[in-house]
Design a protein around this ligand. Structure first.
Ligand code: CAA
Length: 391
């Protein structure tokens, strides 16, 4: 049975900061951020967007009534959870009006959560071919003002509909994965910003990639030449390139040029959004599919997922006939073109705005946020969400 990605939705908040301007205010040469790190713009989430609302907005535009009838599993990958107990998936299930006969859970393993969700969805569809699974990857990346991680923040969500006979990409049979207990990046329960050992995290990202790439080759017999492109989890766009460079000499000059050119295209959206943790790999895939016009059906795309702590996985998919017709290119172009730039002081003020940690009632100004679904505040310790399109 063919199982894979039937639809892909994406959402990012309407505010961003220019990395050149951030660099100037941090007394750093702009090229460090734009070339050395490889980021041009960084999405800034207002308080009215959290992991739940970002994910709900990402899924809102892709689901039709037939999908809603068939979705019997919602899997939410995030490391920006809003409750220690109740899953973010249950909120999204309600906000999207999905049928009650569905499972809804949250998965956590840093940026790997959505990939775990996709693999779980694949197994579910194999057992229940008529059903569809909604997999969400939604996060807000926060390291703190004036930290070395600051230039690699971001916010956004990707929604993937997984089904049999998918319209966009069939996932191939094999996977290669590994786990090792390391402290490269983590966020203790009491912290609202990540802790990171930056250089170590870079090294481990590459070491995990080399391990799962080798395993996958052994399992499948596939070589670099068999891929049209390889997409990476992109904490920042230079990171995937560093990993890719370690295997490039396995191919001919033609392979190297093709894979590197496609890598550049696969960074297009990540470059102007920043790190969205669990969704980053799929934002990279979306960049490639939407921004490269002549990528042929039948092409094999490799996918490298990395979640600090750490779990890494390599897998691949085959593009389906007419896949481009099922992408939301116009919507995403509009989403990017309608964003508003904020100044560095404005970004800093938004960053410092946080919710109370006691039971105080909170009412947020959602009229300032053009998103259809917003986080509106907290009443009686219960988060309130508003879907502006709901009657
Ligand atoms: N022009 C061009 N390039 C310049 C430059 C200039 N003027 N100045 C510096 N650079 C280059 C440097 O040479 C360097 O390039 P290489 O990495 O190719 O050597 C690059 O800019 C970055 O410079 P530094 O290494 O000095 O940067 P830094 O130490 O300030 O921070 C970082 C970089 C470690 C990635 C930091 O931003 C960080 O900790 N980020 C968060 C952690 C992270 O993203 N880790 C990635 C792997 S973990 C993961 O993937 C999970 C996840 O999502 C978090």
């Amino acid at each position: 049975m063919k199982i894979g990605i039937d639809k892909i939705g994406f959402y990012t908040p309407h505010l961003y900061v220019d990395m050149n301007k951030l660099a100037v205010s941090r007394n750093v040469e702009p090229e460090k951020f734009t070339i050395g790190i490889g980021q041009e713009k960084m999405a800034i989430p207002p308080l009215t967007q959290d992991a739940v609302s970002l994910a709900a907005n990402a899924a809102l535009k892709i689901l039709d009534d037939d999908d809603k009838e068939k979705i019997d599993f919602v899997i939410f990958g995030t490391e920006s959870g809003i409750d220690h107990s109740k899953s973010a998936a249950v909120y999204v299930h309600q906000l999207l009006g999905l049928k009650p006969q569905a499972r809804a859970i949250e998965l956590k393993q840093a940026c790997y959560g959505a990939t775990a969700g996709i693999q779980m969805a694949k197994g579910h569809i194999a057992l229940h071919p008529g059903s569809k699974v909604l997999v969400l990857g939604s996060d807000i990346a926060r390291y703190g003002l004036n930290t070395s991680g600051e230039a690699t923040q971001g916010a956004g969500a990707v929604a993937l509909l997984i089904s049999a006979d998918p319209k966009i990409m069939v996932l191939e049979e094999h996977n290669a994965y590994m786990t090792a207990d390391i402290m490269d990046f983590w966020r203790p329960i009491y912290a609202d910003k990540a802790f990171v050992d930056g250089k170590f995290s870079n090294e481990q990202y590459i070491a995990f990639f080399n391990n799962v790439w080798r395993q996958y080759k052994e399992k499948t017999g596939l070589e670099l030449q068999d891929y049209e492109a390889i997409c990476y989890h992109l904490p920042y766009t230079k990171m995937g390139k560093k990993a890719l460079r370690t295997i490039l000499d396995e191919g001919t000059v033609v392979d190297q040029e093709r894979i590197m050119a496609n890598y550049q295209i696969s960074t297009a959206y990540n470059r102007v959004v920043g790190n969205i943790y669990t969704g980053s790999l799929y934002l990279s895939l979306l960049s490639l599919l939407e921004q490269k016009e002549n990528l042929e059906a039948g092409s094999r795309i490799g996918l490298y997922s990395y979640g600090s702590g750490a779990v890494g996985e390599f897998f691949s998919g085959i593009l389906q006939p007419n896949y481009r017709k099922h992408l939301q290119i116009d919507q995403h172009t509009k989403l990017f073109s309608e964003r508003t730039e904020v100044t560095v002081p404005e970004y800093e003020a938004i960053f410092e705005e946080t919710l109370p940690t006691n039971d105080r009632k909170v009412e947020l100004e959602i009229d300032q946020d053009p998103a259809t679904i917003c986080f509106a505040g907290i009443t009686d310790n219960k988060r309130q969400y508003i879907n502006k399109s709901a009657k």
